[in-house]
Design a protein around this ligand. Structure first.
Ligand code: PLP
Length: 647
C-alpha cells in the first residue's frame, strides 16, 4: 500500500476492496461478464478483450429512455449464439482429436427455455452444425415440428407419450425429418408398433436406459434403479426382440440415458458414458444396429463460480466434458469392435443460463435494527433495559461470545416480561433496538476472526438489513424458492465503491418465502450480501444473473405478478455503446394476468364504474371527479403488475 493510501481511508478501501473477488464475477461470468473502469457490470459476448463490451448501466439508461419499466429481463442474444457454437465446436474438436468416426448431432431441450425467440436463436445459431431440438411433451413436439425444419438435424422426443404424440412423430418422419421417439416406458413399445402399422410409416426409435450409476446433487433421482424414466436391461432386451418380431428391428436407432441435470462432478459423467457405451456395444453385437448414442443433458453451469462439485457448480469445462464423452465412448467401441455411433447430447442449462438476467431495483430498506431509536437511560427504567445497555457497552473483541449469550438471554426474558405486563411497550422497544444493534456489532467483529463459534455462525444474517426489491422470486427465480438454487446477484454499478450494507433481499410478494438469503459472497456461499447504501432519488439496480435456464419459463403468477418486460440486446461493434435493442416484449398487464385466472377485466371496470356513478347520483361525488376515478381504475388494469416508481 502506498504511504498516501495509508493516510486516506477511502484510498485504503479502494486497494483492499475487490468487487470481482467478492461477487466472483470472473468465475461465474465465464468470460461473458466483467467490471469496467467505471465500476459498472459489463457483458462481453465474444469473450475477447477488444470485442464489443456492453455496459449494462447503459442498457438500463436506454430502457428508461424508451419508457420500459423495471423489473425487466435483459437477453443477450449473442451469448446464446456463442454457447451453441461453443458446445458444437467442443465436440467437433474432440472428435477430430480422437479420430472418432461418428459425428456430433446435439439437440437443445426446449423445456429449458421454450420462449420462441430463444428457440429461434438456438436453431439459427446451430444451423451450421445441424444442431436439433428435443421435446418432452405434446405442445413441445408441436413446437419442434414447426421450428426444426432442417432435415439433417435430429428431433429427439422424450417424456410420456399418448397415441397422438406418436402419430405426430410419424408425421415428422413422413415430412423427411430425423425424428426419434425415445421409449421411456415399456408399454410404449406395443403402442409404437401398432401406430406405425396404422399409419404405414416406419418410426425412428430410441431406447432410454435406466443406468445403474447414481448421479449426485439435486437431480440425483433421475438416475439409478428407482428412476422415473427409462427401461431396465431386461426391458431393453425384450423391446429389441419385440421390434425384431414385428419386422422393425432396423427402426431402433438410438440409445439414450439421462442421469440428471447439473452433474457437478465429471467423474459421474465418465462413469455414465462407460456404462452406456457398454450397453450400446452389446446391443450392437446382438444385431441391434444403433446409430446414435445419446448422453442426455446434465452439462452443469458453474453458478457459484467455485469450480467444485458443489450442487451449484461443476469441476470441469465444456471442452473437457466433450473430450471425456468422445474418448470414453471410442475406447469401449474399439475394444468391443463396434462402429463409433453419432453422439447426441441434450444440454439445456449450459446453452441458455448465461444469456439472460433479471434487473430489479431496491424500493425500500427494512432495517434489522432501528439505529435512530432513542435507547438512553430513563429514570425508573426496568432492570432488563439497564442490563441490555450494560451488555452492549461492554462488548469488545474478546468477550463477543459472552455478550451474545447475555443479550440473547435478556431478549428472551424481556419477551416473557412483556407478556406478563411487567415491561412497557417503550421498554421492550428499547431492548429490541439495543439487541439488534449489539448483534450487528458482533457480526462485524466476527469478520476479523479466523474461527467463528457454531452458535454465532448465522449472526451475519440476523444483523442484515432486508433490501426490498421490485420483483417476485416466484415469477423470476422460482428455483431459489423451490430447490435453494444459488444464482449470482450483483449490483449493476458502483462496483469500485466498497459496499457498506449487509443485506438479504426480499421481494414484493405477500409471502415470507419470497426472499433470497443465500449468496455468492467473497469466500463462498453466505447468508447475506454486501450492497451499497441506497441514496434517496437515485435508483439502485441489482441483477440476478444466469436466469436463462428454467427460471425464465418456470415462474408462476403468485400474487398475480406477471411476466416481466423484456429486451433483446445484440452486440454491435459499430455502435458507440456496442449494442442495440433489437426487440422489446411487453410484460403482463394486470388485466392480462387477471384474464388467465378467468376474470373479465371489462366487467370488473363496469362494476367499479357503476359504483362510482351511484355516488354521483347521490351527489356524493362531482361528475368530473367520478370520470377521473373510473379512468384511473381502467388505467391500472392496463398497467404493469409490478411497483411503479414515481418521481
Ligand atoms: N434431457 C432430458 C431427458 C432431461 O430430463 C433434461 C432435464 O433434466 C435435459 C435433457 C436437460 O438437462 P440440462 O439442462 O441439465 O442439460
Amino acid at each position: 500500500m502506498s504511504p498516501q493510501a495509508a493516510n486516506n481511508p477511502a484510498d485504503a478501501n479502494a486497494e483492499s476492496w475487490d468487487p470481482d473477488h467478492y461477487y466472483n464475477v470472473s468465475r461465474w461470468g465465464d468470460g461473458f461478464f466483467t467490471i469496467n473502469a467505471k465500476g459498472n457490470l459489463c457483458v462481453t459476448p465474444e469473450r475477447r478483450d477488444n470485442g464489443p463490451t456492453i455496459d449494462i448501466s447503459e442498457v438500463i439508461e436506454e430502457m428508461i429512455a424508451q419508457k420500459i419499466e423495471f423489473p425487466a429481463v435483459i437477453r443477450f442474444q449473442d451469448i446464446l449464439r456463442a454457447q451453441v457454437k461453443n458446445l458444437n465446436k467442443a465436440f467437433r474438436n474432440a472428435i477430430e482429436d480422437n479420430n472418432y468416426r461418428g459425428r456430433y448431432c446435439g439437440v437443445f431441450p426446449i423445456k429449458v427455455n421454450q420462449m420462441r425467440e430463444v428457440v429461434e436463436e438456438v436453431v439459427d445459431a446451430g444451423a451450421p452444425y445441424d444442431y436439433g431440438l428435443e421435446a418432452g411433451s405434446k405442445p413441445e413436439l408441436l413446437t419442434v415440428l414447426a421450428y426444426n425444419t432442417n432435415r439433417n438435424s435430429l428431433t429427439v422426443l422424450n417424456g410420456y407419450k399418448d397415441r397422438d404424440f406418436m402419430r405426430l412423430a410419424l408425421l415428422a418422419i413422413k415430412l423427411g425429418r430425423k425424428c426419434i421417439l425415445v421409449i421411456e416406458n415399456y408399454s410404449e413399445v406395443a403402442q409404437i408398433i401398432a401406430i406405425s402399422k396404422e399409419m404405414g410409416i416406419k418410426p425412428m426409435v430410441g431406447l432410454r436406459a435406466k443406468l445403474a450409476i447414481q448421479s449426485k446433487g439435486k437431480w440425483a433421482s433421475s438416475s439409478g434403479d428407482r428412476a422415473k424414466f427409462g427401461l431396465t436391461l431386461p426391458e431393453i432386451v425384450s423391446a429389441v426382440r419385440t421390434f425384431t418380431e414385428a419386422g422393425l428391428a432396423d427402426c431402433i436407432k438410438l440409445l439414450h440415458f439421462h442421469i440428471g441435470s447439473q452433474i457437478s462432478d465429471i467423474a459421474v459423467v465418465k462413469q455414465a458414458v462407460s456404462e452406456g457405451a457398454r450397453i450400446y456395444a452389446k446391443l450392437h453385437k446382438m444385431g441391434c444396429k444403433l446409430e446414435y448414442f445419446d448422453a442426455g443433458g446434465g452439462l452443469a453451469v458453474d453458478y457459484d463460480g467455485t469450480r467444485s462439485t458443489n450442487d451449484s457448480s461443476r469441476n470441469y469445462r465444456v471442452d473437457e466434458y466433450a473430450a471425456d464423452i468422445v474418448h470414453g465412448l471410442k475406447q469401449i467401441c474399439d475394444q468391443e469392435g463396434v462402429p463409433h455411433p453419432h453422439i447426441v447430447t441434450e444440454s439445456g442449462r449450459a446453452i441458455t443460463a448465461h444469456h439472460s438476467c433479471v434487473i430489479t431495483h431496491v424500493v425500500d430498506t427494512i432495517r434489522s435494527a432501528d439505529d435512530g431509536f432513542d435507547t438512553r437511560i430513563s429514570t425508573g427504567e426496568h432492570m432488563l433495559v439497564t442490563n441490555m445497555r450494560e451488555s452492549e457497552d461492554s462488548l469488545n473483541t474478546d468477550n463477543f461470545q459472552e455478550v451474545f449469550n447475555d443479550v440473547s438471554q435478556i431478549k428472551g426474558d424481556s419477551n416473557n416480561a412483556f407478556k406478563l405486563g411487567i415491561l412497557t411497550l417503550e421498554e421492550r422497544a428499547k431492548i429490541e433496538a439495543m439487541y439488534f444493534r449489539t448483534i450487528g456489532k458482533i457480526a462485524r467483529l466476527l469478520k476479523t476472526k479466523d474461527f467463528v463459534p457454531e452458535d454465532l455462525q448465522g449472526l451475519e444474517s440476523l444483523g442484515a438489513n432486508h433490501y426490498l426489491c421490485n420483483f417476485s422470486v416466484f415469477q423470476s427465480a422460482a428455483d431459489i424458492w423451490a430447490i435453494d438454487q444459488i444464482l449470482p446477484i450483483v449490483p449493476i454499478s458502483r462496483l469500485h465503491e466498497e459496499p457498506t450494507e449487509n443485506c438479504s433481499l426480499v421481494d414484493i410478494t405477500c409471502d415470507s418465502d419470497g426472499k433470497i438469503d443465500q449468496f455468492i459472497n467473497g469466500d463462498g456461499i453466505g447468508d447475506s450480501l454486501r450492497l451499497h447504501s441506497v441514496e434517496p432519488g437515485t435508483p439502485y439496480y441489482v441483477g440476478l444473473f444466469l436466469t436463462g435456464a428454467y427460471q425464465d419459463v418456470m415462474g408462476d403468477a403468485h400474487n398475480l405478478f406477471g411476466r416481466l418486460n423484456e429486451v433483446h440486446i445484440y452486440a454491435d461493434d459499430d455502435d458507440p455503446s456496442d449494442f442495440y435493442i433489437e426487440e422489446i416484449i411487453k410484460g403482463s398487464s394486470s388485466e392480462s394476468v387477471l384474464a388467465t385466472m378467468q376474470y373479465h377485466p371489462t366487467f370488473m371496470a363496469q362494476t367499479v364504474k357503476k359504483e362510482i356513478d351511484r355516488l354521483v347520483q347521490q351527489q356524493k361525488l362531482p361528475p368530473r371527479e367520478a370520470v377521473k376515478l373510473s379512468d384511473f381504475y381502467e388505467k391500472c388494469l392496463k398497467d404493469y403488475t409490478y411497483l411503479k416508481i414515481e418521481d
